[in-house]
Design a protein around this ligand. Structure first.
Ligand code: ATP
Length: 316
């Protein structure tokens, strides 16, 4: 078979490890593997490169994505998707593996519905994909955030401050939740667990009056204007407060061991699924077992709410 692989949406540490696993497994089974450059853009511009085992050497530990990624708005239109299918079929490619988040999955589902064998691998730091316990890149981003919280705590404690740390995640609070638990945050504010601002400030005031030396608040992006929130906390609670927006630093870096293993398992499994004729499905991991689920289900369901959301109420 000829199998193509692309990365799409936001880059995530471990995408390269997944590409490597696709290439090495594919070649081991006697297939030809092609990389598509810059996500769906490369499909439209017929930008493919053959990939050998040697091409992916050293990629296991490299952050970002060696194939490049892009956001291609026009890929939502059927005539545009047809161009992609023409380019794939003209090259004799039999199947496509899309590594990305739920937006990328909508593109993959569209290609499947147009008759092209396509499957997805979840690659996004947000961990916001239904049908899998973890996405590739989540654990690396989590470690980066925990490291930042530990450092900010030192300064907060020394200066008797309240630190607000805004993390990524879009509509999913997993990064804030996991990082908040690991970093011992006093407050974790996520789309799943929003918080009343007045209650937050009055609790902080109480903590300040009790003589606590610091407070850490971890918040998912788009919940608050964190700089304004810090100013309000400073005025009303007695804690001097600063906000830190971690931003793109969370997306980079060498993948941690969990992401290298997850990516290797998923990449390899994706090739085996393709060989069995699977299409319109996505690879996931559930209770440490690799599974596939229909893309149509995944794009229509929000990510399940894990038990850590309950844990945080108990150990805060
Ligand atoms: P991340 O979670 O890291 O942001 P993502 O895959 O969710 O990753 P998006 O920007 O939502 O990122 O989507 C990536 C690309 O997938 C889009 O730029 C577009 O090319 C394609 N895509 C998104 N939605 C659709 C859709 N409804 N139909 C076809 N293609 C889509």
């Amino acid at each position: 078979m000829k199998i193509a692989v692309l990365t799409s949406g936001g880059d995530a540490p471990g995408m390269n490890a997944a590409i490597r696993a696709v290439v090495r497994t594919g070649i081991a089974f006697g297939h030809e593997i092609f990389g598509v450059l810059d996500g769906y853009r490369g499909l439209l511009e017929d930008n493919f490169i053959p990939l050998t085992s040697k091409d992916v050497s050293g990629m296991l530990s490299a952050g970002g994505t060696m194939l490049g990624t892009a956001r291609v708005t026009e890929f939502k239109e059927v005539p545009v998707q047809m161009v992609a299918i023409d380019n794939l079929t003209n090259r004799g490619i039999d199947a496509l593996i899309v590594i990305g988040g739920d937006g990328s999955y909508r593109g993959a589902l569209a290609l499947h519905e147009l008759g092209f064998q396509t499957i997805g691998i979840p690659g996004t730091i947000d961990n916001d994909v239904y049908g899998t316990d973890f996405t590739i890149g989540f654990h690396t981003a989590l470690n980066t955030i925990v490291d930042a919280i530990d450092k900010l705590r030192d300064t907060s404690s020394s200066h008797r401050r309240c630190s607000i740390i805004e993390v990524m995640g879009r509509t999913s609070g997993d990064l804030a939740l996991y990082a908040g638990i690991c970093g011992g945050a006093e407050f974790i504010i996520t789309p799943e667990n929003p918080i009343n601002k007045d209650k937050l400030i009055s609790t902080l005031k109480k903590h300040n009056d009790e003589g606590r030396r610091h407070a850490i608040i971890v918040v998912t992006e788009q919940q608050f204007d964190v700089h304004k929130l810090a100013a309000e906390i400073s005025i009303k609670s007695g804690f001097s407060s600063r906000a830190t927006v971690l931003g793109y630093i969370q997306r980079g870096g060498r993948p941690v061991a969990e992401d290298r293993i997850l990516a290797s398992r998923m990449g390899s499994y994706a090739v085996e699924a393709i060989m069995q004729g699977v299409s319109g499905e996505c690879i996931g991991i559930k209770n440490d077992k690799l599974v596939t689920s229909p893309l149509a289900d995944i794009v229509n369901h929000p990510k399940e709410r894990g038990e850590l959301y309950d844990l945080v109420q108990k150990i805060r």
